[in-house]
Every structure is written in structure tokens, then in C-alpha cells.
Ligand binder design. Structure first.
Ligand code: SF4
Length: 154
């Protein structure tokens, strides 16, 4: 069975963008990462196994900001967390807590979206990303969760 290693916030970013209207992803040449490839698998295959991680994931591996162990990019517009690695670890830790999951856990993409619907409400989104509030994040993420579940209703 196909398996992907994915950070929780990357997984939810994919679902959020799905909620914003995207139904497929294209490469981002400025980063070179595999967000598009992982995102497309998740949208096309709700049965894919997601192994959750707090370190570099399958999206990071080809990225120009990945040094083989961690992200070396800057966290733009975030004065408290200049290093993207620190910021990512903070929000992924919070997401693990909200989802009651931990580093290394494996779960099907569809089951992770079902869990996100149960555990991640608007107030949770505002808490997890509290240092970096983006107005549409909660709207699109909740929309994306519902859209994914609607598209994959059994
Ligand atoms: S290495 Fe950093 S910038 Fe690149 S995909 Fe991973 S988290 Fe994003």
C-alpha cells in the first residue's frame, strides 16, 4: 500500500488549498519541493497511508531549503520565529496535541481528514497559528475538510 511521510501542517495546507478551490497542484520551481506531488496523491487517493512526522517529510526532500535533516528557510513575516524549522515544529507540535496523534503515527488520508473535522474547529485553527493569523485560513481549511469528505463519501 502506498505510504507518504508528511508533516501535519503540510497535510492541512493541502486540504486548505483544496478548500480554496484547487483540485490539483503544479510544481513550484522557486522551491523545488514535492508539495504538488504529495498533494495530488492525497487528493486522488484517500486510502494512502500518511506517516506523520515533525522533521523533514516527502515534500521537503527535493526542496532547495532542505539540508537533509531540517528546513533552513526563513519564516517570512513572523518576528517571533525567524527560522522556519522552529515555526514548523511549533505548529506541528500543537497540531499533534489537537489531533491526539504523535510523531511516527500512521493513518489513512481519509481518516486523518475525518479526525481533523472532529478535532480542528475554527478556534483551534486560530490557536495553532496564533502568531501568524491569515484571515482565510480557517474558512478554507474547514471548507477543504468538508469538500474532501464529500468527494470521498463511501
Ligand atoms: S524544506 Fe522548508 S521550505 Fe522546503 S518544503 Fe520543507 S518546510 Fe517547506
Amino acid at each position: 500500500m502506498q505510504k507518504l511521510i508528511v508533516k501535519p501542517h503540510h497535510f492541512l495546507d493541502i486540504i486548505k488549498l483544496h478548500g480554496s478551490g484547487l483540485d490539483s497542484f503544479v510544481p513550484a520551481p522557486d522551491f523545488g519541493h514535492d508539495f504538488y506531488r504529495v498533494g495530488n496523491v492525497i487528493l486522488e487517493n484517500p486510502e494512502v497511508i500518511i506517516q506523520l512526522t515533525i522533521i523533514g517529510d516527502d515534500i521537503c526532500i527535493p526542496c532547495k531549503y532542505f539540508d537533509g535533516e531540517k528546513c533552513i528557510g526563513d519564516s517570512n513575516n513572523n518576528p517571533q520565529y525567524q527560522k522556519k524549522e522552529d515555526w514548523n515544529r511549533l505548529i506541528d507540535s500543537r497540531l499533534f496535541e489537537k489531533l491526539n496523534l504523535k510523531d511516527g503515527d500512521e493513518i489513512k488520508a481519509l481518516d486523518l481528514v475525518i479526525l481533523a473535522k472532529e478535532k480542528i474547529k475554527e478556534k483551534d485553527i486560530l490557536e495553532v497559528w496564533k502568531e501568524k493569523i491569515i484571515p482565510q485560513r480557517a474558512t478554507f481549511l474547514i471548507k477543504g475538510i468538508n469538500k474532501y469528505l464529500e468527494n470521498n463519501r463511501k
